[in-house]
Design a protein around this ligand. Structure first.
Ligand code: ZN
Length: 440
């Protein structure tokens, strides 16, 4: 059965917050213990394994670390599995090497097994602390496979994986369109219909608030330096710690909350855009820096711009699966911007530079908006690829996205040279490094 994740804001009491912090601290401690042990064994030429590390830990844990009694065992058993997972992903080239977790530098979270938590309406029962209030009830009917309690800024969340029936997971499309999507900087997405989707506006205001907040933190830090006798502009001597203050913590929290707000706004926007695209279309052509590379290896998604795109692409993939929409990624050899999208033309403008936001085709005389033209080429690509699995229009007969076979597609008509002949000769399109969006 497919799984869906639902993250719900918690409304913990002060006591519960204290427990959450303790449990998350325990999880971090165990992770670090296991990682140190792993590194030690590895350097000694052994082949460490997460499950094998657990035994020696379990043998000593309650004698050496009696405070572990206060926290449920899920919180201190899971890090071994997490660590094993992290190493696997590292060896598969998907992740950086696992590192030690630092307090206040890594996000707080701990694991709760499925048989240990119980959800009833607007509350969840967690081991050791009992019922915690939820801000909303669980969105999907189904069985909880496992959950984590996670802190973001000063807010706590219950993040559960829910195994849901197909009827919940798969959704019905409202249309069978064919769309090309060009991802860019100024407009987050340009569609082959000519629509330009700008990002949310609010982050600009939020970013200003971030700047102000950041300055407040600096001021508090400088004040703290003065209190321990260091000049504000001097670096902190090694080994000294700044005394923490209530107001310093407040300033830090404020900035963390603003960051969270920006991330939430962006996430919300991307969720809505990707869902909307998949709901209306049977196939979507999309291209960016190196979709194929990024699909294979997340580490390539380094820059902020790439991460924004990566997030968008991940959401698209997931929504496409739910709506039975075909995602057609064009690899970055496909010259989507340089190809004239006019039906029957297909002229390749080799000297198009990244600065050219618009151009006129010397062959057929059509004026092109760079992004719309690219999106239209991607739409054609999607049409060509989607034809064999075409479905019938959804408005007449609602199609479940699974098990559809019949029906016909009305392709966008393009008589341009088929990809391959002309394209093969064209060579690589300029890598549009700055053309890829920090999707805000
Ligand atoms: Zn043309």
């Amino acid at each position: 059965m497919p799984t869906l994740a639902h993250k719900i804001r918690l409304d913990p009491t002060p006591d519960q917050i204290r427990f959450f912090k303790q449990a998350a601290g325990t999880a971090r401690f165990v992770w670090n213990w296991a990682l140190a042990e792993w590194n030690r064994q590895y350097e000694a030429g052994q082949k460490p394994q997460g499950s094998a590390l657990k035994k020696p830990f379990n043998a000593i844990k309650y004698q050496q670390f009696p405070w572990l009694h206060n926290v449920h065992r899920d919180a201190h058993a899971q890090p071994f599995a997490d660590l094993t997972d992290a190493w696997h992903r590292f060896f598969a080239g998907q992740n950086d090497r696992p590192v030690f977790k630092k307090k206040r530098k890594t996000s707080d979270s701990f694991y709760v097994a499925n048989d240990k938590c119980q959800i009833a309406e607007r509350r969840v029962k967690l081991p050791k602390i009992g019922w915690v209030r939820l801000r909303e009830s669980l969105r999907f009917p189904g069985t909880i496979l496992g959950a984590r309690v996670v802190r973001e800024a000063d807010q706590w969340f219950f993040a559960g994986q829910v195994s849901v029936p197909d009827s919940i997971y798969y959704r019905t499309r409202t249309g069978n369109g064919l769309e090309g999507v060009d991802v860019g900087i100024k407009t987050v997405a340009t569609l082959s219909t000519g629509d330009k989707i700008a990002g949310p506006n609010a982050p600009r205001r939020a970013l200003r608030r971030l700047k102000i907040g950041q300055r407040a933190i600096t001021r508090k830090m400088q004040a703290a330096k003065v209190r321990i006798g260091v000049a504000p502009q001097d670096p902190l001597p090694k080994g000294t710690r700044l005394p923490r203050s209530r107001n310093g913590d407040k300033a830090t929290n404020h900035v963390a909350r603003t960051h969270l707000r920006v991330a939430n706004l962006r996430r919300d926007f991307l969720h809505k855009t990707s869902t909307d695209l998949c709901r209306k279309n049977q196939a979507i052509g999309i291209e960016t820096l190196s979709v194929r590379g990024m699909m294979a290896n997340h580490r390539l998604a380094r820059s902020v711009a790439d991460q924004g795109f990566w997030q968008f692409f991940t959401m698209l993939k997931y929504q496409a699966e739910r709506y039975g929409t075909q995602l057609v990624p064009a690899d970055h050899w496909f010259p989507s911007s340089k190809l004239c999208s006019t039906p029957g033309c297909g002229y390749l403008k080799k000297d198009l530079t990244l600065k050219d936001r618009e151009w006129t085709c010397p062959s057929c005389g059509t004026w092109h908006d760079r992004d719309v033209n690219a999106a239209q080429n991607l739409a054609r690509l999607a049409t060509e690829t989607a034809l064999p699995v075409a479905t019938q229009p959804a408005r007449d007969v609602p199609v479940r996205s699974k098990g559809r076979t019949d029906g016909k597609v009305t392709p966008v008509r393009h008589e341009a040279t088929p990809a391959g002949s002309r394209l093969a000769a064209s060579g690589q399109e300029e890598v549009e490094a700055h053309d890829c969006a920090p999707i805000l």
